[in-house]
Ligand binder design. Sequence first.
Ligand code: PLP
Length: 413
Amino acid sequence: MSTSMMTAVQEQEAQHVLQVYRRTPVVFERGEGVHLFTGDGRKYLDFISGVGVASLGHAHAGLAEAIAAQARTLLHTSNLFFHPLQAEVATALAARTGLDRAFFCNSGAEAVETCLKFARRYWHSRGATSRTKYVAFTHSFHGRTMGALSVTWDEHYRGPFQPLLPQVVFADPADIAGFDAMVDDTTAAIIVEPIQGEGGVRPIPAATAAAIEAACARTGALLIADEVQSGSGRTGQFLYSGTLGLTPDLIALGKALGAGVPVGVAMFSNEVAAAAQPGDHGSTYGGNLLACRAALVFLEALDSPALAASMAATSARLFAGLREMQSRLPVIRDVRGAGLFVGIDLTVDATPVVAAAFERGLLINRTSSTVVRLLPPYIITPEDVDAALPLLEAAIVAASGAQGTPRMSGGKA
Ligand code: PLP
């Protein structure tokens, strides 16, 4: 796309699209694997995958074919009728999450909203109508709808939309005694991101995870794991809850699960699901044939041992390369995360680093002011990592003024 066309798009959007996004001035015309292309031939290495969504990369042949075939057959009939694919996806997710029942929606926020509602529904069905409190964590992000926003910590997101749900308290994941004091017999549920994504790619510490399990056992509070960003295989396990030893009653899924088609799912234990009655909840689009077909293609791809091996090798290369970079660049304070969910915490604002990487053909993003976040497609390879790391280092050095020492030959991790 030419500069004048770019400007035309920007001007039209400025008039007719709600101005809630700060978009980078680029229009991508097509994608292929881990790359995106502009109309004028510029090529970008995609290490953000549409914020953790394009899990199979761009223009994945199997996904494209399945979606096209589904479109030629039947896309949507609503939840007034049966179709065969919801049960198929639900069965596959039950096997992978240990929770037996699924509710299908269209986004992460809706999946969280569903979990919040049914935590209360569960207690209501037992006559415990005053068990309405949610215990969430500082630095949490759970989405933008009113319920999900109520358990989201950052005042920047919350402030303009007050009043939100009043029965929410926030515990510091590092303050276990403080957390314990908040969980009592008025708590409907504890909600946690096993790795806090928007909050700066912060894995929940093991001791906090143990305290969460203990608090649930002590009070009967339900546990909601928000795995919208950390789940669906991104960390190498289907859920990061399992890695932490968490046993949630409800799980929110989204992002990577649809591989680019909007899919949200709330998974329920049978005990919580037993409280649900027809009419309690619903979604016009949720779990339609298009969404389920995409999820099935994704889940089948994720089952491939070759993909699992490639993801593990690529993650190891990425973390090793970043830690080696950290040893040379004092501006890198921390490298954290798991699998293909990576945060690089800097001593400076990460925004200029994102812009400098973009200029060099690498797509990344910033979260929590100083953190560069990497959420590449699952199909990236160690060779893609080798291509990305020098671009990232150059961007960090250029944007932060940090002095990197030259690499030794063959020294790339
Ligand atoms: N929960 C978590 C952990 C997220 O990271 C996000 C989005 O970034 C959401 C919920 C909301 O998902 P969506 O934007 O699909 O509504």
